[in-house]
Every structure is written in structure tokens, then in C-alpha cells.
Write a protein that binds this ligand. Structure first.
Ligand SMILES: [Zn+2]
Length: 224
């Protein structure tokens, strides 16, 4: 299960890994918390239209990855909070789909290289998924109305300053690029530039471990 804030986040952060798992027959369930309605730098863009466009882009990208399901929680961009309601919803989804692994954003990463502040929605989503996985979903007295308790065994957190796992995505990097490019509204009119960035970041992630294309994560094996 991949839990991310915005419609394009999973593809950018973990599209190669998710496509690899789907190609091997794993069920890949994608959960997107926000509606994407503020994902534009153009002031004239209508939020409602953008939300519809991004919903269609998300479905197309998920089809490229081979995702088994896509769940959109439709929080307005910028308004995600790690509160009881969001945790209850995520616990319900975790207990419904019962994933072995949950992939999502590392909420501890705030600043990147002195040039980027991690989006609040990414951080709030990351904290909510951590709280939902460990311990709420695994303990029956948390949200007892949300189904039978389920222990997620493994967390893989992207956008992290402390990566300790690099996944080889050489087989699926082209699929990842297709999925990222499906989010046309986010390309800024430069899909070729975005393509180069995706390949370049994957080369950079793979280089330290001697693979052509990689995606890096912080790995947490949950003991129970
Ligand atoms: Zn995002």
C-alpha cells in the first residue's frame, strides 16, 4: 500500500518500486489523501476543474503502474492534518487491504539542500501514516469499528534524509516515467525536462550501490 498526499507523489517517489511489485503479481493499493486542487502556479486556474483533471491523471498513472486500487480521500490541498479522523480512515484502509508493506513520505524531512521546504501535506500525511501503522492499525482497541487489527511488517519512507535501502528499478524506470508524465498538469509545459529529472534522480540514487536506476527509502522493519 502506498499512502501519499498528492495525486503525483507516489509516482515521483516510488513509481518504479510500485510498478515492479505490480509486475510480479503483488496487489498494489494506492491511497491519495489530497484532491490536488491547489497544484498550480497559474492564478487563473479553476480549483474545481484542476481537481477533475488531476483525478483523471491519477487514474491513468495508476493504470500504467498496474495498481489494483486507487482511493482518493479528497482532502483539499493544504488542509491535511494528522488528526483522529485521518488516522481512523487510514487505519480502516490498512485493515481492509492488509498490506505487508506501507510506502509513504518521511515526515521528518523538512528542508532539502537549502532550496526546498517539504510541503505541509507531505509531512502531515507522513505523520498520519506512521501513527496509523504503528501502533493503531495493529491494536484492536484503537478504532474497533474499523475492522480486524492488522500488523504492517515493513515501512518504506521516501523523501528521506536517512535512506538505508536502494531498490533497483532498472526494469520499471520507463514505466515510472510514463506514470509521472501522466500528470500533465504538473509538467509546467516541459515534459522533456521532467523526464530528464526522473532519469537523473534514479541514476543518482542507484550510483552508490552500482545499479543503473534506483529509488531510495528509509526502511523500518516493525518488530511484533
Ligand atoms: Zn506532493
Amino acid at each position: 500500500m502506498a499512502i501519499y498526499a498528492h495525486p503525483d507523489d507516489a509516482d515521483v517517489a516510488a513509481g518504479g518500486l510500485l510498478a515492479q511489485w505490480a509486475s510480479e503479481g503483488c496487489a498494489v493499493h494506492l491511497v491519495v489523501v489530497c484532491d490536488g486542487s491547489k497544484g498550480s502556479h497559474v492564478p487563473q486556474v479553476d480549483a474545481r476543474s484542476l481537481r477533475e483533471v488531476r483525478r483523471a491523471e491519477l487514474q491513468q498513472a495508476a493504470d500504467f503502474l498496474g495498481a489494483s486500487s486507487v482511493t482518493c480521500l479528497e482532502h483539499v490541498d493544504g488542509a491535511v492534518t494528522n488528526d483522529e479522523d485521518l488516522r481512523a480512515t487510514l487505519v480502516g484502509l490498512i485493515r481492509q487491504y492488509r498490506p505487508e508493506v506501507v510506502v509513504g513520505p518521511d515526515p521528518t524531512a523538512t528542508f532539502f539542500g537549502g532550496v526546498y521546504v517539504n510541503h505541509r501535506d507531505h509531512r502531515e500525511t507522513g505523520w498520519a501514516l506512521l501513527d496509523a501503522v504503528a501502533p493503531a492499525a495493529a491494536m484492536p482497541l484503537y478504532f474497533p469499528e474499523k475492522g480486524e487489527a492488522h500488523q504492517v511488517r515493513h515501512l518504506l519512507l521516501s523523501g528521506t534524509h536517512e535512506p538505508d535501502v536502494v531498490v533497483d528499478v532498472s526494469q520499471t524506470i520507463d514505466t515510472k516515467v510514463k506514470a509521472v508524465l501522466a500528470h500533465s498538469s504538473q509538467m509546467g509545459g516541459d515534459p522533456e525536462g521532467i523526464r530528464d529529472v526522473v532519469y537523473g534522480r534514479a541514476e543518482q540514487a542507484g550510483r552508490p550501490v552500482g545499479i543503473a536506476f534506483g529509488e531510495s527509502f528509509r526502511s523500518v522493519e516493525l518488530a511484533f
